[in-house]
Design a protein around this ligand. Structure first.
Ligand SMILES: C[S@@+](CC[C@H](N)C(=O)[O-])C[C@H]1O[C@@H](n2cnc3c(N)ncnc32)[C@H](O)[C@@H]1O
Length: 210
């Protein structure tokens, strides 16, 4: 990622930080419910994919303040959680709010110490929201990387182009276009788009055995 884009992302989220501000608000979600509706879409996938008590390894890319870990704890779906984010101020606040959670600073889509198929599930919530001027190309390159890191499945959400009230600083995706670009790269893709008007989730895996 270019330095300019990295700084835009960091500036955007760090400017929203305040010790007494609600996490969904710092992370630029419209409400706690809207943030959690996205996590609930992931939970549906996890319940279909893993037996109760299996405790899959889950890499939460763009973890923000690690609200997903709190959500899964509250839902009594145990995972082995690892969060990663590129915004250092956000990670520092995540550590302050939730000491002891495993966190990694860095860009998972570039060179990282992560092994291919090193986790069971890779998840991305809200990582593609901010308009960086190259979102379609960024997502098309990032999603296969998430699949590469996952043994089972990669799950990511996106703002939907059908959204009625669109913000200029956000990017809105066409699900069909993204799906076509992923199937052209040989990935299997399922679409979940029934949980919010302004969002959709892609569930991706490598096709064929292994
Ligand atoms: C909208 S927030 C969502 C945070 C969290 N996933 C949630 O849903 O509560 C997006 C987060 O993604 C992070 N982010 C954006 N691009 C990233 C990248 N390439 N690698 C890692 N983190 C990234 C930002 O720093 C920010 O914390």
């Amino acid at each position: 990622m270019s330095h300019e884009r990295l700084h835009r992302i960091r500036r955007h989220y760090e400017a929203r930080l305040a010790a007494d501000r609600e996490s969904y608000d710092i992370l630029d979600w419209s409400s706690r419910e809207a943030q959690q509706a996205r996590f609930a879409a992931l939970l549906r996938v996890l319940r279909a994919e893993f037996a109760p008590g299996e405790r899959p390894w889950l890499l939460d890319v763009g973890c923000g303040l690690t609200d997903l870990a709190s959500f899964l704890e509250a839902a009594a779906f145990p995972v082995r959680y690892l969060g990663a984010d590129i915004t250092l101020g956000i990670l520092a606040e995540a550590r302050r709010r939730h000491p002891g959670r495993a966190l990694l600073a860095g860009d998972v889509f570039a060179a990282t110490p992560l092994r291919s198929r090193g986790v069971d599930v890779c998840y991305c919530s809200g990582v593609f929201n901010l308009n960086l001027g190259n979102n379609d190309a960024f997502a098309a390159a990032a999603l296969p990387r998430l699949v590469e890191l996952s043994r089972a499945v990669a799950v990511a959400n996106f703002l939907h182009r059908r959204t009625r009230h669109q913000h200029p600083h956000c990017h809105y995706f066409d699900p069909e276009r993204l799906i076509r670009s992923m199937t052209a790269r040989g990935l299997e893709v399922d679409l979940l788009d029934d949980y919010l008007e302004n969002d959709f989730t892609l569930v991706l895996r490598r096709s064929g055995p292994g």
